[in-house]
Structure formats: C-alpha cells, structure tokens
Design a protein around this ligand. Structure first.
Ligand code: URA
Length: 208
C-alpha cells in the first residue's frame, strides 16, 4: 500500500511495485526442494522495464550468499564481456532460469549441480513473471538451462547460438554459452570468451 508521503504516480513506480511484489512472493517459493538447503531465493535485478534481459542458469555459491545474480566468478566474466561491449550492467535486467542454488555439500565446500528439468519447470513461472514485467525487446539466454527454460529441450546452444529464434517471450530471443563455460574451457578460454562476446554483439546489433 502507498505511504502517505509517497510521490504521486510517476514513470516507474507502478511497475516497480508489481515487480517487488513478485520478488517478495518468490522469496517464499517452495515449488521444488531446492529452497531448503539454499540460503535464499536469488531473484533478478535491473531496471523495470528494460530493453535487454540476460538469463543465466541458477545462482552460484556467492550469489546464494549475497542474494544477487552474477556476483561470483561467472559474474566477473560477464562483467568483462559487458565492458568490452560498452554496456553498463545497470542498464540490463539480469536473472536466472532457476532462483535457488543447487549444490552438493562436500566437506566445507558446496559444489554446483546443474538443475534438473523438474526444477527448471518449477521455477518457470517466476521467469514468465519477470518477462511480463520487464518486457525486454531482446532476451539473451546464457547456456543450456536458460535455453531449455524458454525454448524447450530441442534447442541446442552449440548449433543455434547468436541468432534470433522465434519466441512469444520477446521480439528477439537469442542464446550463447554460459559465462562459466568460458571458465571451464581450460585449453581455449580466449576462444570461448570471444565466441560469447561475438554472440552478445550480434544479438545487440539485432536491436538496431
Ligand atoms: N551462474 C548463473 O547462471 N547465474 C548466476 O547468477 C551466477 C552464476
């Protein structure tokens, strides 16, 4: 409810209030078992609406602690790519297909586990809500889990990266590798990074 001293309705508040309400609901999500060992729901962040939305897989260890997407090692790769493309992170809406960190505890370490189809499906309504509120013109799906969530299991990032795919979710939907795939590409990290940046660049060029 609006407080007495709230300013009258201006450009963003209506959207913002709705977005905040959805984020608050997601904080109590019990749609799959991942909520229990996780520290918190990591919802998306960024302007509402936003022209560009990037969708990752799920929060990692750091994101789970901090409650924000892409603040760990994969986030540093993404930040470098955004800087190389001349983009400000604060201009984009960043989120994930799955909003809780899935991990296996090994001693003191929490080892990332990829989300299963059931977890991606259970989380899908939150992503749908974000898409409806953020209304991006371009959605870039980072990696297979994000691509599966929006484009189904038949989509192959390795074959269909960097090109627009018909989708009801936005005028332009494209995919590229996940920033953590760059970190995993031990022998050829530079090539993997360059490929991801090239896909992001060609996706952004489609906006023109
Ligand atoms: N990997 C993701 O997919 N999302 C994050 O927020 C962090 C790492």
């Amino acid at each position: 409810m609006a407080a007495r001293d709230d300013p009258p309705n201006t450009a963003r508040p209506a959207d913002d209030r709705t977005w905040s309400a959805v984020r608050d609901q997601a904080a109590d999500c019990r749609a799959c078992p991942l909520w229990e060992p996780a520290t918190q729901t990591v919802f998306g962040e960024g302007p509402v609406p936003a022209q560009v939305m990037l969708v990752g897989e799920q929060p990692g260890d750091r994101e789970d602690d901090e409650g924000r997407p892409f603040v760990g090692p994969a986030g540093r790769v993404l930040d470098r790519a955004l800087a190389d493309l001349g983009l400000e992170r604060s201009e984009l809406y960043l989120t994930n297909a799955v909003k809780h960190f899935k991990f296996e505890q090994r001693g003191k370490r929490r080892i990332h586990q990829p989300p299963g189809a059931a977890e991606v499906k259970a989380c899908h309504p939150w992503l749908e809500s974000e898409l409806a509120l953020v209304r991006p013109e371009l959605v870039v799906l980072l990696g297979a889990s994000a691509a599966k969530s929006l484009l189904g299991s038949g989509f192959r990032v390795t074959q269909q990266h960097g090109v627009a795919v018909p989708s009801p979710h936005a005028r332009l939907v494209t995919a590229t590798i996940h920033p953590s795939a760059v970190l995993r590409a031990r022998g050829d990290r530079d090539t993997a990074y360059a490929g991801m940046v090239a896909d992001l660049r060609s996706s952004l060029e489609l906006l023109a």
